[in-house]
Design a protein around this ligand. Structure first.
Ligand code: ZN
Length: 311
């Protein structure tokens, strides 16, 4: 049996790399820059080089390495291929195949949010769970769905695109994906700011938010936790949409746990309480008591999940 595996998480500015024991112990982690010039054609060769160098440096035997898992910021199909990854300036890439060629090791590629979900299900907030929904509330809303311990990638690699579930009819503004009324338009950091703008315009109620020239999601969340009435209104609205969307996903997946990650999740338990209140109202009776947890691996979720893919 192999003793080691690699977990790689490709981001827009840096590639996070991890060498793991197959039991999930992180032996070492390091980063290399993401070279996006020339349509990012150096990114995968760089990943191959850093893996080969690490194997040499540590005197590892390739027979002792289960493989390389790699998370990519874009849709990845079941064959480990990417049609397009805008953040990396990529067109089509057969990611798994290329990494196998560079390293001589088995390789598996997945979407970064899906991979992060697998990481949280393996060693993070939902450690040991086989069925998990992860929703990442950051600049956008990402997501990943784990069923029977495996990522649901789907036919186009779009499995787990929770942020683009339609949650509000009649929205006039456009989502980044081109549609209208996506969850991301309300529950991402930018979405929360947008909702704040609308709520503040709707009421003349006093709020600490009014004194700020440039409201951020953190301002809204801080005011929410401090008991500001308008901020509570904003987050109740967001919690309602998010709790509703998650109840829909839970009706499909019936997960052991729902994990909330990303920068917005730093708001902690008050945020969970606000989402859970609505989730419990809408969820199918068997799913009402599903655990809702804050992600614990932070930026390392990607390397953990990537490593897990090849085990
Ligand atoms: Zn969308």
């Amino acid at each position: 049996m192999s003793s080691y595996c690699f977990g790689i998480d490709v981001g827009g500015t840096s590639v996070k790399c991890g060498l793991f024991k197959t039991d999930g112990t992180l032996v070492e982690k390091w980063e290399i820059p993401t070279r996006r010039e020339n349509n990012g054609d150096k990114i995968l060769p760089d990943v191959g080089d850093t893996i080969n160098n690490k194997i040499k440096e540590r005197n590892l035997d390739k027979k002792d390495i289960a493989g390389v898992g790699i998370g990519i910021p874009g849709p990845v199909n079941g064959k480990g291929e990417v049609e397009r990854a805008v953040n990396l300036y990529w067109g089509f890439k057969a990611v798994s195949k290329e990494i196998e060629e560079y390293t001589g090791l088995p390789a598996k590629a997945g979407n970064d949010a899906n991979v992060a979900a697998l990481g949280e299900a393996w060693k993070g907030a939902a450690a040991g769970a086989q069925n998990v929904i992860l929703v990442t509330l950051g600049t956008g809303v990402g997501g990943g769905i784990i069923v029977d311990g495996k990522i649901v990638a789907g036919e186009h690699g779009a499995g787990g695109e929770i942020g683009h579930a339609m949650v509000l009819r009649g929205e006039k503004e456009k989502c980044n994906c081109g549609n209208h009324g996506c969850l991301e338009q309300y529950a991402s950091a930018t979405g929360i700011v947008r909702v704040a703008g609308r709520k503040l315009a709707e009421t003349d109620e006093d709020s600490v938010l009014r004194s700020l020239s440039n409201i951020t999601a953190k301002d809204v969340l801080d005011a929410f936790k401090a008991g500001d009435k308008v901020a509570i209104d904003i987050m109740e609205y967001v919690g309602d949409l998010l709790g509703g969307a998650l109840s829909g996903f839970a009706a499909v997946v019936d997960p052991e746990a729902i994990v909330i990650g990303g920068g917005v999740s730093k708001a902690g338990q008050p945020l969970i309480d606000c989402i859970q209140k609505y989730y419990r109202e809408y969820a199918f009776p068997s799913c009402k008591n599903t655990r809702m947890l804050i992600a614990t691996l932070g930026n390392d979720a990607g390397i953990y999940g990537a490593a897990k893919m090849v085990l």
